[in-house]
Design a protein around this ligand. Structure first.
Ligand SMILES: Cc1cc2nc3c(=O)[nH]c(=O)nc-3n(C[C@H](O)[C@H](O)[C@H](O)COP(=O)(O)OP(=O)(O)OC[C@H]3O[C@@H](n4cnc5c(N)ncnc54)[C@H](O)[C@@H]3O)c2cc1C
Length: 529
């Protein structure tokens, strides 16, 4: 019986599930923590328990088989995993995670940690983007997948990236009127990138099908577009945009879904002390990892979109690869043939991803058109002009200084939403690339939590609980401060600027059909891919 702690995985998406599966196969009992109520992650997100009965084919379309395989993989190991759903990891420091579950905080020490935290939408603001009815692409897809709701009855889709066409297609199939697809990428750029995408002909074919389906159903698709503003008083009622010829045009709609690709959720890797590097393809600072997923911090591993956007197939492979690295580092035997196979497949996907980035480049000039009075940080009410001013005056030449002076990124989202914009504004005002202004240092809590959760609570019965794992080794759960010294106990709480969670966080949603949100078939039989 070894006294080592069980491996901990943050994230029960494709990467986390495949990592857990591999560790279980080796006889370990990993802890899997996820803030979501059910496993599956973003792409294979499951609807809430009870009442939602849409079949997988309707929920996941072409990916239904993969979704089913990932869900089944987790179900098969469920009783050999210490699975913690609805549990937010809000800090990572000194070999322990701070967890929040049902309002209670707990420290989880680790010796081997796999971060499989996924990604979130990347956005740049435009005038009117804070109007009710304007959503991120991912958010509008979550509404559809998770709750069977549409964000509007006539929705305009704006931005770039594969999700743009996919979500527009899903909305159309769900019976929503799609006012148009407004892609910032010029058509010629996409056409040039097609040859590279032939590396994964099946994925390319799916993309072409979405476009063909939209066109066949009369949805206008415009390329080389820039947003001018979202119009409306109480709620958005039109998208005003500039076409590739520079002509201003107006499209009536009651919702806008927009996004410019995805942004890796890297805060925990940052708090764990991982070294970062700037990645040109993702236009972001990412935690360094080797081909196996090892970060620069011994015992911390990275897998999936949380350390670079690679998609769900790569996430599954990378999760398994990181688990194999954990096993290697624990001195356990690993299957060399499988390692090689995973490495080859990950290498191929990486090449395809580069072509995808070329087909949907980030529209960097969008940032220049953001008017000075446009709010870029909604938590703290900071405008684009305020960021430009600290750059022009020479007071701020990097992100953390700009944050200190303007408060952009200091609010409840901790820069998760506004840091890409701040970096673009700062760097373009200073005439550097976004790599030239550095990155925001992550601060706990990485997401809002109740103040009460940061006050060390008296020991509960779970404290110091020791339960046998599958190999007979003990699994130790300890409350922060018990056997770890006073400094540890107070450490997290001392650095907090927590904001309360309120119901107003939930976006307003327009139900597609009448049934109650928890009570039945939200889409009443209409297919969602
Ligand atoms: C909103 C959205 C919609 C998407 N839709 C599609 C799609 O339709 N088709 C497609 O091909 N790709 C889609 N993608 C991309 C796709 O989700 C990813 O490529 C894939 O899911 C990556 O898998 P992963 O395991 O790395 O991360 P994810 O699947 O994102 O899983 C990460 C998990 O980590 C959990 N987590 C993160 N941080 C914490 C924390 N601090 N504490 C506790 N838990 C945490 C999350 O709850 C999540 O369950 C989408 C991405 C987003 C953000």
């Amino acid at each position: 019986m070894s006294e080592t702690l069980p491996p901990v995985i943050v994230g029960a998406g494709p990467a986390g599930i495949r990592a857990a599966e591999r560790l279980v196969a080796a006889g370990l009992r990993p802890v899997v923590v996820d803030e979501a109520a059910r496993w599956g992650g973003q792409i294979y997100r499951q609807p809430p328990d009870g009442g939602f009965t849409r079949p997988k084919k309707a929920l996941y379309g072409f990916e239904a088989g993969k979704a089913d395989a990932v869900h089944r993989a987790m179900a098969a190991i469920r009783d050999r995993v210490d699975y913690r759903p609805r549990t937010l990891v809000w800090n990572c420091e000194a070999g322990a995670l701070d967890l929040l579950c049902d309002g209670a905080s707990e420290a989880l020490p680790f010796s081997h940690l796999i971060l499989a935290t996924g990604a979130t939408d990347r956005v740049l603001p435009f005038p009117g983007w804070t109007l009710p009815g304007v959503f991120t692409l991912g958010g509008s897809q979550v509404a559809l997948k998770f709750q069977g709701c549409a964000v509007g009855r006539r929705v305009a889709f704006l931005g770039t990236g594969p999700l743009l066409y996919l979500v527009a297609y899903q909305y159309l199939k769900a019976g929503v009127e799609v006012a148009g697809v407004f892609d910032t990428t010029p058509f010629a750029v996409q056409a040039r990138a097609t040859a590279g995408m032939l590396r994964d002909a099946a994925t390319l074919a799916k993309g072409l099908l979405y476009v063909g389906w939209l066109r066949a159903h009369g949805v206008p698709i415009h390329n080389g577009v820039r947003p001018v503003r979202a119009e409306g008083a109480e709620r958005v009622n039109a998208l005003v945009w500039r076409d590739a010829q520079g002509q201003e045009r107006r499209t009536p709609c009651d919702a806008v879904a927009f996004g410019l690709g995805l942004r890796s959720e890297t805060q925990l890797a940052d708090l764990a002390g991982c070294r970062f590097r700037f990645d040109e393809a993702d236009r972001a600072w990412l935690p360094e990892r080797d081909g196996a997923g090892r970060s620069s911090v011994p015992g911390v591993y990275l897998a999936g979109d949380g350390s670079g956007i690679s998609g769900a197939d790569a996430a599954e492979l990378a999760g398994e690869r990181a688990a194999l690295a954990v096993l290697e580092d624990l001195g356990r035997p690993v299957d060399g043939k499988r390692v090689k196979e995973l490495d080859v497949r990950l290498f191929r996907i990486a090449a395809f991803r580069r072509s995808l980035s070329a087909a949907f480049p980030f529209p960097a000039d969008w940032a220049d058109a953001i008017a000075d009075d446009t709010m870029i940080c909604r938590c703290e009410g900071v405008t684009a002009g305020a960021v430009r001013e600290v750059a022009r005056s020479g007071q701020a030449r990097e992100m953390n200084r700009a944050k200190a002076l303007t408060r952009a990124g200091m609010g409840r989202c901790q820069g998760r939403m506004c840091s890409a914009t701040t970096a673009e504004l700062l760097s373009r005002t200073l005439g550097t690339g976004p790599d030239g202004v550095g990155r925001l240092r992550a601060q706990p809590p990485i997401k809002p939590l109740p103040i009460a959760a940061t006050i060390p609570s008296p020991p509960r019965s779970r404290a110091n609980e020791v339960c046998a794992d599958a190999t007979g080794g003990p699994e130790v759960r300890r409350k922060r401060g018990e056997g770890q010294g006073e400094g540890d106990a107070s450490r997290g709480a001392g650095r907090i600027s927590a904001a309360p969670q309120t119901a107003k966080d939930a976006p307003p949603r327009v139900p597609l059909t009448q049934p109650s949100p928890r009570g039945g078939e939200g889409l009443s039989g209409r297919e969602v891919a």
